[in-house]
Design a binder for this molecule. Structure first.
Ligand code: GDP
Length: 300
C-alpha cells in the first residue's frame, strides 16, 4: 500500500537483516527494535504509540520461546506482525446496525478529509448489501457540499435529502433532524448524515457537530481522517473525540504516498476501532478495514 511505502520498505529491510543470524542476542533484538522505532517515528506514528509498540516487541522478542517451527528471524517477524495487528485494533469490527431501523450514521471530520466522498462510498457499499440508504446533506458550510453530495448520491444510486435551494443558509441541525424523520416516513433503513468540517479544528464547527449528534442520536458517529495528515492526527483525533465522541474511524487517502503514521496511531490514540478504509477518489475505492490484512501489507 503506497501510504506505507517507505515504512514498509524499512521494516522489511530491518527484519531481513536478522535472517542470516542463527540465534538472536539481546543486542540483536535491541538493535532491531531501535531501527523499528526510528522507522515508525519517521512515518509520523505518534510517540506514545511508538513507545508501547516497541516495548511490546522488545519484551516478546527477548522472551521468545525457542520454537521448532520458526527460526529467530521468523519469530521476530511474527511478533512485529502480531503487534502491528494489535495497534491497528486486533479484530475488525463491523458497522453497528440499529435494532429498529433506520440506523443513523453521522460523519464528522475536517474539511477535505473525504466525508462527502465517503458518504457516497458507504451508501453504495450498503446498497449492494441490500440496504436502502438515504444521504442527508447537513454540510451547509461549504458552498458546493450539497451539490457534491447529490452527485455522489446519484453515482451511488441513492436518494439525497437536502435543504430547499434559495432559502439562504439553512440550519444543519434541522436538516439532519428532518432527514432522519424523512427516512422513517419513507422506510429507508439507513441514514447517512454528512456534516460540515473546517480546515482546522474549530469550536463553532465542533459545537454544530455536537448539536447534530444530540439531535439525531446516531447509532454510529464515524470520524473521517485523512491518513496523510501526519502528526496533526493526534490533536485532531483528540479534539473530535472530545467534541463528538465518535464510535468508529474511517481512514481515507490510503492510496497516497505520504508516511501513513496516522493510520497506525489512530486506534492507539483513541481506542476506537477503524471500520473502513478509503483508497481513492472513485466510489469503489473503499473497503472494510481488516487489521491483519493491513499489517501483512505493511510487512510484505
Ligand atoms: P470533505 O470536505 O470531508 O467532505 O471531503 P471530500 O469528500 O470533498 O474530499 C476532499 C477531496 O479528497 C476530494 O477531492 C476527494 O475526491 C478526495 N478524496 C476523498 N477520499 C479520497 C481517497 O481515499 N483517496 C484520494 N486520493 N482522494 C480522496
Amino acid at each position: 500500500m503506497a501510504t506505507f511505502g517507505s515504512l514498509s520498505t524499512r521494516l522489511t529491510e530491518t527484519l531481513a537483516k536478522l535472517r542470516t543470524k542463527g540465534k538472536l542476542s539481546a543486542a540483536d533484538v535491541d538493535g532491531t527494535v531501535r531501527e523499528i522505532r526510528r522507522a515508525l517515528l519517521d512515518a509520523d506514528v505518534a510517540l506514545d504509540v511508538v513507545k508501547s509498540f516497541t516495548a511490546a516487541v522488545r519484551e516478546r522478542a527477548l522472551g521468545a520461546e525457542v520454537s521448532e517451527a520458526l527460526n529467530p528471524a521468523q519469530q521476530v517477524v511474527k511478533i512485529v506482525n502480531d503487534e502491528l495487528i494489535a495497534i491497528l485494533g486486533g479484530d475488525s469490527r463491523r458497522l453497528e446496525l440499529a435494532k429498529t431501523p433506520p440506523t443513523v450514521i453521522m460523519l464528522a471530520g475536517l474539511q477535505g478529509a473525504g466525508k462527502t466522498t465517503l458518504a457516497g462510498k458507504l451508501a453504495k457499499h450498503l446498497r449492494a448489501q441490500g440496504h436502502q440508504p438515504l444521504l442527508v446533506a447537513s454540510d451547509l458550510q461549504r458552498p458546493n457540499a450539497v451539490t457534491q453530495l447529490q452527485v455522489v448520491g446519484s453515482q451511488a444510486g441513492v436518494q439525497v435529502f437536502a435543504p430547499e435551494p434559495g432559502n439562504g443558509i439553512g440550519d444543519p441541525v434541522k436538516v439532519a433532524r428532518d432527514g432522519v424523520a424523512e427516512a422513517k416516513r419513507r422506510q429507508y433503513d439507513i441514514v447517512i448524515v454528512d456534516t460540515a468540517g473546517r480546515l482546522g479544528v474549530d469550536a463553532e464547527m465542533m459545537k454544530q457537530a455536537a448539536n447534530i449528534r444530540k439531535a439525531v442520536q446516531p447509532d454510529e458517529v464515524l470520524f473521517v481522517i485523512d491518513a496523510m495528515i501526519g502528526q496533526d492526527a493526534v490533536a485532531t483525533a483528540k479534539a473530535f473525540q472530545e467534541g463528538v465522541d465518535f464510535t468508529g474511524v474511517v481512514l481515507t487517502k490510503l492510496d497516497g504516498d505520504a508516511r501513513g503514521g496516522a493510520a497506525l496511531s489512530i486506534r492507539g490514540l483513541t481506542g476506537k476501532p477503524i471500520l473502513f478504509a478509503s483508497t481513492g477518489e472513485a466510489l469503489d475505492d473503499f473497503e472494510p478495514f481488516h487489521p491483519d490484512r493491513m499489517a501483512s501489507r505493511i510487512l510484505d
